[in-house]
Structure formats: structure tokens, C-alpha cells
Design a protein around this ligand. Structure first.
Ligand SMILES: Nc1ncnc2c1ncn2[C@@H]1O[C@H](COP(=O)(O)OP(=O)(O)OP(=O)(O)O)[C@@H](O)[C@H]1O
Ligand SMILES: [Mg+2]
Length: 509
């Protein structure tokens, strides 16, 4: 095999933010014609390291060597000059502009818009992107926005492409498409770095795996020669048990009865179509389905946040057998009844947390809602809650008074999920709870959900990873196109069958 050329070398690169040593003396080589997966727990310094190549941060010490020469990357423009392009965890596009306008933004236009548009179409044809160059960003899905970001990088002839958790926001089908594009780029000789927490993706896509732990470079492995267990152990620094537990249901009783639930969106689309099922206490009900099949609307309806069609009914059944109708109820009242709802959005700061507020204040947003004493804000309890969440979930943060936007992506999310769990609910509705979380933190969240189940909480878990759903759930409700296509026993469920139910109404067609 021919020797591949090094595209970029990082040599003893360090970066500190106040008290946090985000990277310390990291040395890493990135090769042309290779896909390198950059792995590490939340807060281990992956984004920071790559941001130094993108010109967003400047190293405190160390060198970046490109084509054998030291490169000074003081800003994103320098980074482009060196052929580096990065697609960030949070996109940086201008909403009111079209794809084409965004792509040429900041290049004091050698090409007119029409020629630029032609070049964009060419790039899309070459790599197989599905992109309308004239579409405005605000009309785009997350996956389309990501495509714009990637085409933008290619338009600038980048030879080194860095993607920061690109798959966290994509459906399995979109992930497959992206991977095919990345493979084509690799075949073109480009150097590709992908940050991801999904170890199956690392196995499927990458040639090599570089591991960071607590800001330090631990080593590089050849993907074909390693295992998920070895990668995890290297990230964490000790041997981790990767098994997901499934304790027996605890005295399950019907907690919520959903009957003939239908939801129509503002633009007249049927999002939920005559859905009926039960949610039991002391049990985890997993919900499987491709993105947009109605999971979101379902959870929102139960939380009192969705307008439902006539004839829909969601009944809450109390410990004493008393019944209350949730449809039409004020969401605040639903929340006070002990129905807790956390939906981790694609943009983790977009919903549920306020980036500029500290952890304590973000806790208060929730506990204040629970107590509902107007005009009176008790700060002690949220402080305790914040401390508990930080300790129990190992949130990496300088303190509980740190603004949430300063935390790494995964740690932001632990705060979001932890807050809901800490509110001691009767019903815990959670969607995408582990989106963006490292494997160890994910296992911790599954553990927390199991603990809630053992306490008798009715847990509803919407997840993207089928393997996890099959390992964790007592029952799995499979949705397809707004309908329930099956409810199966998690202990005996077959992965292929669930997959089929997700894409068509099993057996009925
Ligand atoms: N601008 C900043 N100001 C202060 N601290 C920061 C800043 N950016 C990152 N940090 C801190 O540096 C450390 C590394 O963060 P970084 O975002 O690089 O982690 P990461 O490996 O990308 O994590 P994740 O997987 O959660 O995205 C964290 O402790 C984080 O809180
Ligand atoms: Mg990151």
C-alpha cells in the first residue's frame, strides 16, 4: 500500500479557557485520503481542538504544520487559505438568504451569482447532494442546512474537511447519504475528520480513530483492528460495562390511556392518526419510528402542548384510580400533575434551556413551574437541584453558576435531562435524551431511566438507536406516518421486524 501524505500535523497544541485546560499538548497527524474519527467524552476538547484549525481559537502554545510548514491560522479566512473547511456543531448560516447566497457570502465575488450557482450545481452533481440552490435557509430541514454547510466548504476547494457531530441531527437514511459523500471525498484524496459519539458509525466509516481524554491526546487506533469496547475504555480511561440493564417492570399499572388521538398541523397535515395505547407505571415504553412520524406530536399532546382533534382523549389515572382528562388542560397544570416532558432538540440550546443563564437559574425554570408561587422565587432548592444534577450526571463545569452556553454540547444536555428527572415525576416523557452524549453519559442516562422505572415512574423513551430501544424498553410502540404500526414486547422483539414496522404498516399492506 502506498504511503499516504500528512495533510495537517498538530504538535503539542494547548488551549486553556480560564481554569479549564481544554487541550493540553495534543499532537495528532491527519492524513490525505483518510477518514479520521475524533473520539472523546463530552468536554474532552474535540471541538476546541478542531476550532483551532478552523481559525476560531488560537493555540496558547504548540504548532500547526501544513504541508511541512508551520501555519499561522489567526481567523477563518486563514483557515480557508490553508484548504481547511469545518462544518460546526451549530450551523452558521444566514436564515433569510438562499443556499447560493450563503455559500458565496464573504468571498468578495470573483464569480457572479449566476456562475456561482452553476458551480454549486456542479458540486452537487459530482457528490450526489440533493440541494436547491435558490431555497432560503429558513425553509430548509436540518439535513438541507447541513448540506449547504458542506457545499460551502467544497465551493472553497477545501482539501481538509472537519465535521463536528454531523450525524447527531440526521435520520439513519440521511446518515447513509452523508457517509457516501464522505467516502467520495476520501477517494478524491481529501483529508476528513469526523467527530461523533456513535461508535457504530466510527466502525462503519473511519479508517483511523484518535482518542482524547480530558484534553489530552491518548492515541490513534486503526479502526479495523479495534473494537467498541477498546475505544470506550480508551476514552474513559477504565474498563466500562457496555451492557444496558432491563430490570423487570415494577408492579405495572395503567397510568395514562391514550384513545383515538389525532393531531393536524397548522398547515393541515395529519401528524397523528387515531392513535390508541396505554402507558404503564413502573415500565419503560420505547417509541420507535423514523424522524417526523409523529413521535414529537405524541409526546407534546400528552404534555398538554399540542392541539388535538375532536374525539381525542388522553386520560391520566391517579394512584387511587381517579381519572383526569389531559386533552384541553393547561400545560402548566399537566406539568404540576407530575407529567414531565423533555425533548432534546436538534439544536440543544434552542429549546428548554437559556444559554446565558447559569445552571441554577435553568433549574429554577422547571422547579418554579412546579411550585408556582407567583412573585416568590426560592433559590435554595434550585441550587441543591443544580448541585445534585452536576454531581449525579458528572456534568463537566467550573461551577453551578456557569452560564449554560459555556458548557460543552453534551454537558448542556445532561443539565436539560437531569432537570426533568430531578423534578420527581409520575410520568417521564423523554425524546432523544442521549442525542450528542458520549457513550458513558448515555449509559448513565439509561441507568437513571431505569431507576425512575424502579420507583414506579411511567417512562416513555423516544430514541433513534434501535439497539438501545430493544435493550432498554419493556414494550416498544412502533410508529409510521402518524399511526401505531405495532406494539411489541421488548424482551422478544426482533430488530428487523421493528425496522419493517417503522417503514410500513406491518402486514396491513
Ligand atoms: N469558549 C469557551 N469558554 C470557556 N470554556 C470553554 C469554551 N469552549 C469550550 N470550553 C470548555 O473546554 C472544554 C472542552 O470543550 P469542547 O467543547 O472542546 O468539548 P467536546 O469534546 O467538543 O465535548 P462534546 O462532546 O460535549 O461536544 C469543556 O470543559 C468546555 O466547557
Ligand atoms: Mg463538541
Amino acid at each position: 500500500m502506498e504511503d499516504k501524505k500528512i495533510a495537517v500535523s498538530l504538535r503539542d497544541v494547548s488551549k486553556r479557557f480560564g481554569k479549564v485546560q481544554a487541550n493540553s499538548k495534543v499532537s495528532l497527524d491527519i492524513y490525505n485520503g483518510e477518514i479520521l474519527a475524533l473520539l472523546g467524552e463530552n468536554g474532552s476538547g474535540k471541538t476546541t481542538l478542531m476550532n483551532m484549525l478552523a481559525g476560531l481559537y488560537f493555540p496558547d502554545e504548540g504548532q500547526i504544520v501544513i504541508n511541512g510548514q508551520e501555519a499561522i491560522i489567526a481567523n477563518p479566512r486563514d483557515s480557508f487559505k490553508y484548504g481547511i473547511g469545518m462544518v460546526h456543531q451549530h450551523f452558521k448560516l444566514v436564515d433569510v438568504l438562499t443556499a447560493t447566497e450563503n455559500i458565496i457570502l464573504g468571498l468578495n465575488g470573483k464569480l457572479g451569482k449566476k456562475q456561482a450557482r452553476e458551480k454549486i450545481v456542479e458540486i452537487c452533481d459530482k457528490y450526489g447532494f440533493d440541494l436547491d440552490p435558490d431555497k432560503k435557509i429558513y425553509d430548509m430541514s436540518v439535513s438541507e442546512k447541513q448540506t449547504v454547510e458542506i457545499v460551502k466548504v467544497l465551493y472553497r476547494n477545501a482539501s481538509i474537511l472537519i465535521l463536528d457531530e454531523p450525524t447527531a441531527v440526521l435520520t439513519p437514511q440521511e446518515v447513509e447519504k452523508l457517509f457516501n459523500v464522505l467516502r467520495k471525498m476520501k477517494a478524491d484524496g481529501k483529508a476528513i475528520v469526523i467527530i461523533t459519539h456513535k461508535l457504530h458509525e466510527v466502525e462503519e466509516l473511519s479508517d483511523k480513530v484518535a482518542v482524547l481524554r480530558k484534553g489530552k491526546y491518548i492515541g490513534t487506533l486503526i479502526t479495523k483492528e479495534t473494537t467498541i469496547q477498546e475505544m470506550t475504555d480508551m476514552m474513559v480511561g477504565e474498563s466500562i460495562n457496555l451492557d444496558i440493564e432491563r430490570p423487570d417492570p415494577v408492579n405495572p399499572k395503567k397510568r395514562i390511556e391514550v384513545k383515538n388521538l389525532s393531531v393536524v398541523s397548522d398547515d393541515g397535515l395529519k401528524k397523528l392518526d387515531d392513535v390508541s395505547f396505554d402507558i404503564n407505571s413502573g415500565e419503560i415504553l420505547g417509541i420507535a419510528g423514523i424522524s417526523g412520524c409523529g413521535q414529537k406530536e405524541l409526546l407534546e399532546a400528552i404534555a398538554g402542548l399540542q392541539k388535538t382533534c375532536d374525539g381525542s382523549s388522553i386520560t391520566y389515572i391517579g394512584d387511587d384510580g381517579s381519572k383526569e382528562e389531559i386533552v384541553g388542560m393547561d400545560p402548566l397544570k399537566v406539568s404540576r400533575m407530575g407529567i414531565s416532558f423533555s425533548f432534546v432538540p436538534e439544536d440543544r440550546l434552542g429549546m428548554g434551556l437559556v444559554g446565558n443563564m447559569d445552571i441554577v437559574n435553568n433549574m429554577m425554570l422547571r422547579s418554579y413551574r412546579n411550585k408556582g408561587i407567583p412573585g416568590f422565587v426560592e433559590r435554595k432548592e434550585p441550587r441543591k437541584l443544580a448541585e445534585d444534577v452536576v454531581n449525579e450526571l458528572n456534568v463537566v463545569t467550573p461551577g453551578i453558576t456557569t452560564p449554560v452556553r459555556r458548557l460543552s454540547g453534551g454537558n448542556v444536555q445532561k443539565v436539560l435531562v437531569g432537570r426533568e428527572i430531578a423534578s420527581a415525576p409520575k410520568v417521564l416523557l423523554t425524546a432523544y435524551a442521549v442525542r450528542g452524549l458520549d457513550i458513558n453519559s448515555s449509559l448513565m442516562i439509561y441507568d437513571l431511566l431505569n431507576q425512575q422505572k424502579k420507583k414506579g415512574v411511567a417512562v416513555v423513551f423516544v430514541g433513534e438507536d434501535l439497539d438501545v430501544l430493544l435493550a432498554l424498553s419493556d414494550r416498544i410502540l412502533v410508529m409510521c406516518g402518524g399511526k401505531v404500526s405495532g406494539i411489541i414486547d421488548g424482551r422478544t422483539a426482533d430488530k428487523n421486524k421493528v425496522g419493517l414496522l417503522m417503514t410500513k404498516l406491518g402486514g396491513e399492506e
